[in-house]
Design a protein around this ligand. Structure first.
Ligand code: PAF
Length: 289
């Protein structure tokens, strides 16, 4: 609607502005972010814009999804550059709540999406999805969007949000945004800025290994063979620690059994590994021919 986004920092201001849009019958689209925006975020905002009349993006580095010792203090904070990017893509409102606004003092209400949060990344970052579900539920209550867009890059997060929306009955359409990749295949992520030059050169091995595993499973190679080769490739490329390489059911996120999978089955391969001090995740879909 506008060229310059309105910056709002309090729930009261957000409610007042969005209330008017809602009364005018406008559809509200929402992209939650932690800032440090890249082209992947821009494409999520473009999708939200296409699906709504008023586009809201939030920037909030959510403390509850970081464990002690993780990068909460050093997470890149680039508010002015982020707002310039959001303006360029036609965002109407940027919501910039404080920690107190999101977590009023004495607040003890949290959201846990059981089972799906304890797999894959949840094994290695047990706090993570509880923090994500809690903040996204709170943001949904603040913004009350009609539609919200989350990147497929964080596939487990996307599926957990979908499940939360279904379980709690939020009247929100959740759209998954396609992963935006650099020319060599590396999935764009705010944490890619942590990579040293020589690490960056090797980092795309994860996406190429996943791509090959997805292609091999889709032509009938047994799941364990395809994943085993991906593991070897990622480790040989100089990743320091491989947290997991898995092939899963795309909805339940449960591991697929070993062996060739049934014709027509649609699944997902996912991986997480450390390159120096940077933890990278990626995933790809496949369909068995
Ligand atoms: O994907 C992210 O940037 C965050 O996990 C989210 C969804 C904004 C919640 O803090």
């Amino acid at each position: 609607m506008t060229d310059t986004p309105l910056r709002l920092r309090t729930l009261a201001d957000l409610r007042a502005v969005l209330g008017e849009h809602r009364r005018a019958g406008r559809r509200i689209g929402f992209v939650p972010t932690m800032g440090a925006l890249h082209d992947g975020h821009v494409s999520l905002v473009e999708q939200a814009r296409a699906a709504s009349d008023v586009t809201v993006a939030s920037i909030f580095v959510n403390p509850t999804q970081f464990a002690p010792g993780e990068d909460l203090d050093t997470y890149p904070r680039t508010e002015e550059a982020d707002i310039t990017r959001l303006a360029a893509v036609g965002t109407d409102i940027v919501y910039l709540p404080t920690v107190e606004e999101m977590y009023p003092s004495g607040s003890v209400t949290n959201v846990r999406v059981e089972e799906m949060s304890d797999l894959l990344d949840g094994i290695h970052r047990p706090h993570f999805f509880y923090g994500v579900a809690t903040v996204v539920a709170r943001l949904f209550v603040h913004v009350q969007p009609d539609v919200s867009v989350f990147g497929e890059k964080d596939y487990q997060q996307l599926q957990i949000i979908r499940r939360m929306v279904r379980d709690l009955g939020f009247p929100i359409e959740v759209i998954g945004g396609t992963t935006v990749r650099d020319a060599d295949g590396l999935a764009q992520s705010s944490r890619n800025t942590y990579l040293q030059a020589e690490e960056r050169l090797k980092a795309n091995t994860m996406s190429s290994a996943l791509h090959r595993a997805a292609s091999r499973i889709s032509i009938g190679v047994p799941v364990d063979d395809a994943l085993g080769e991906a593991r070897v490739r990622i480790e040989a490329a100089g990743f320091d620690r491989l947290d997991y390489v898995s092939a899963v059911d795309p909805d339940s996120l449960q591991d697929l059994p070993d062996g060739p999978i049934a014709s027509g089955f649609v699944g997902r391969v996912l991986a997480a590994a450390w390159m120096g001090k940077t933890r990278l995740i990626d995933n790809m879909g496949f369909k068995r021919a």
